[in-house]
Structures are given as C-alpha cells and as structure tokens.
Design a protein around this ligand. Structure first.
Ligand SMILES: *Cc1c(COP(=O)(O)O)cnc(C)c1O
Length: 225
C-alpha cells in the first residue's frame, strides 16, 4: 500500500521536527534509517521513490539478495544486527556502515578482511539485559581502542537497542547513558564520535530529545511486520 508508507513517512518527519525543536536541535542533523528486515525489495524501491536513502538490515544473509537487486547507488545499507565473524567477508562493497560491532573478535576479523575504509558503530547493551547482544558498558573502552587501532575501521559513534517498555519515558535514562558513554569514549580516544544511533518505532521521540543522530525505524514506516 504505497499511500501508507508516504503518510507514515510524513508523520515520522513531523514528529522528528517537533521533538527536535523542543530540544533545540536541527532536525536535518538526524538521519532516518529505514529498517527493512522481512520486507521484499519492492517495498525498498518504493521507499527509495519517496526519498529514503539509508536502509537497515539485521541479518547479512537476508540482506545480500536485496543489496544484489537494488544495488548501492541509490541505497546506503547499514547492518544493524549481530555480525558473526564467518560473515565478515560479505560486508565490503555492500554495507556502508556496521552499527552492531560488539566485541574485539569481530573488530579484528572485519579489519583483516577489509581492503577499504568502513564506518562502524559500537553497539552497547546499556541496560545490561542478559538476552541481548551488544557490548557491556564495562567492555566499551577495550572495543573502542581496538577499533581505533584497526586499519580500515572508522569508529563514528555508538548504537543501542533500548529495553522494551510500555512507557517510552522509561528508556530516557538509557539514551542519556549512551550519550554519556559516547562523550567519555570520545574524550578517552581524543576523537570525535558524532553518531548516536538510538530510537526505534516505540521510543524515537524520546531518542530525538536525548540527542539521537540516527533513528532506526521499521514499523513506524512500513507498518506491522
Ligand atoms: C528491527 C530493528 C529496528 C526497528 O524496529 P521497529 O520497532 O520496527 O522500529 C531497529 N533496530 C534494530 C537493531 C532492529 O533489529
């Protein structure tokens, strides 16, 4: 239903603008990553037709055929799900960014495999939920230092998936903590880390207020999966 995506996109843009304004932020500084897991290439083409450019996929195997048919000229692909070391060989030339770096082993495996620069984010399990992927806050410095030492990786910031809660206000402290971790890490590495990828369908207005520079939205744009 093409009309639905256009209308949803308009609602999302208005919400981002309103929340950014409330926080004294420029909405143009916020990148919308359209999360297209489970969706066919036709829906992604439709999104491209509406001006969307950045797409998030959380499984390499699922993303490969879509990247194959859509290409990388009109779409920039971000990996937002767990990356296994045996999949690092598929990243180069396909993904513009890997948002889900969560351990030193994957930093090293990826860097060894690359022949050109790749932007990355470190995913942090801020709430330390046992069932979740992402680095524990205590491990962040070690991973960030490994990323900084890597030849081809360009560490741009941090990503988090906030806990599922009924009231989005409950995740505000999680977003604040990610921002504080970003500030600390940036200072420690003496390097700017401009990207904060936080905020999904249920909580993106709060994420915008707390400084998100990337939102990863699936259902808010495409409807229920
Ligand atoms: C699925 C997914 C999203 C998008 O979730 P919605 O609730 O549909 O907006 C964002 N980030 C990650 C890591 C995801 O796996």
């Amino acid at each position: 239903m093409p009309d639905t995506l256009a209308a949803n996109l308009e609602t999302v843009r208005q919400t981002i603008a309103r929340c950014a304004e409330r926080a004294g932020r420029d909405p143009a500084a916020i990148t919308l990553v359209a999360v297209t897991k489970t969706l066919p290439a036709a829906r992604i083409r439709e999104a491209i037709g509406l001006g969307l450019k950045t797409f998030g996929e959380n499984r390499v195997q699922e993303a490969l055929p879509k990247i194959e048919v859509i290409g990388t000229a009109d779409a920039s692909w971000h990996l937002i799900g767990h990356l296994q070391t045996n999949k690092v060989k598929f990243i180069e030339g396909r993904f513009a960014m890997v948002q889900s770096i969560d351990r030193v082993a994957v930093v090293e495996a990826l860097d060894r495999r690359l022949g050109s620069p790749l932007e990355i984010l470190i995913e942090v399990n801020v709430a330390e939920e046992p069932q979740k992927t992402g680095a524990l806050p205590a491990d962040l410095t070690t991973i960030a230092e490994a990323a900084q030492a890597a030849r081809h990786l360009q560490l741009r910031g941090l990503m988090t998936v906030a806990p599922m809660v009924s009231d989005p206000e409950q995740v505000r402290p999680v977003f604040r903590r990610l921002r504080a971790l970003r500030d600390e890490t940036s200072q420690r590495l003496a390097t700017p880390l401009p990207v904060l990828s936080m905020g999904m369908t249920e909580d993106y207005p709060v994420a915008v207020e707390e400084g998100a520079t990337m939102l990863r939205l699936g259902r808010a744009l495409f409807g229920p999966r």
